[in-house]
Write a protein that binds this ligand. Structure first.
Ligand code: HEC
Ligand code: HEC
Ligand code: HEC
Length: 96
């Protein structure tokens, strides 16, 4: 409970309070936390929000392993004519 409160306060202090989306998003999970640079990725997607947000722009209801590995890794495929970006597990999942 304490952690949730502190996290919410940090979120307010670091961006949300200024009307923006946090540039640095963290997704803790069993495999290792994934750190995601949202603003940078908006530009990488040519400001086309629908690349990652199907329908409404906001929290992604289907966000999780299947979604991430399809949408995120799906774009990090230079050899398939897509873009640079990590495809190895350690490239996204931080283990330390
Ligand atoms: C490369 C993928 C990607 C692109 C492109 C993208 N987003 Fe996101 N966005 C995400 C992810 C991942 C989340 C977190 C989803 C979750 O936690 O449910 C998110 C969350 C959000 C949220 C919720 C913020 C929060 O703090 O919970 C908003 C609002 C948002 N995005 C707006 C936008 C807008 C506006 C654009 C286009 C200019 C955009 N996004 C483009 C991936 C993307
Ligand atoms: C539109 C294509 C595209 C999508 C969709 C996309 N990425 Fe990326 N991503 C990139 C590119 C291009 C880079 C390399 C950027 C660079 O080298 O500056 C990158 C780099 C990264 C990096 C390395 C650190 C960094 O910020 O440079 C991480 C981690 C990452 N992406 C995670 C994600 C996650 C998680 C998602 C899905 C929520 C996602 N990406 C979706 C294009 C994309
Ligand atoms: C482009 C970034 C990216 C790469 C590369 C990637 N993952 Fe993921 N992975 C994610 C994201 C984002 C999530 C969703 C995290 C969440 O739900 O909060 C995820 C979720 C997972 C989960 C679910 C964890 C849980 O707690 O349920 C597993 C397991 C996983 N990945 C394994 C792997 C393995 C194994 C590899 C390498 C073969 C890999 N991932 C490569 C981004 C990535």
């Amino acid at each position: 409970m304490k952690c949730i409160l502190v996290a919410a306060m940090l979120a307010c202090l670091t961006g949300v309070a200024f009307g923006g989306i946090n540039e640095r998003m963290e997704f803790p999970n069993k495999k290792g936390t994934v750190v995601f640079a949202h603003k940078k990725h908006e530009k990488l997607a040519d400001m086309d929000c629908s690349v990652c947000h199907e329908g409404e722009v906001g929290a992604i209801r289907t966000f999780g392993k299947a979604y991430a590995h399809r949408v995120c890794i799906g774009c990090h495929q230079p050899e398939a004519g897509k873009m640079e970006g990590p495809i190895t597990c350690e490239g996204c999942h931080q283990t330390s």
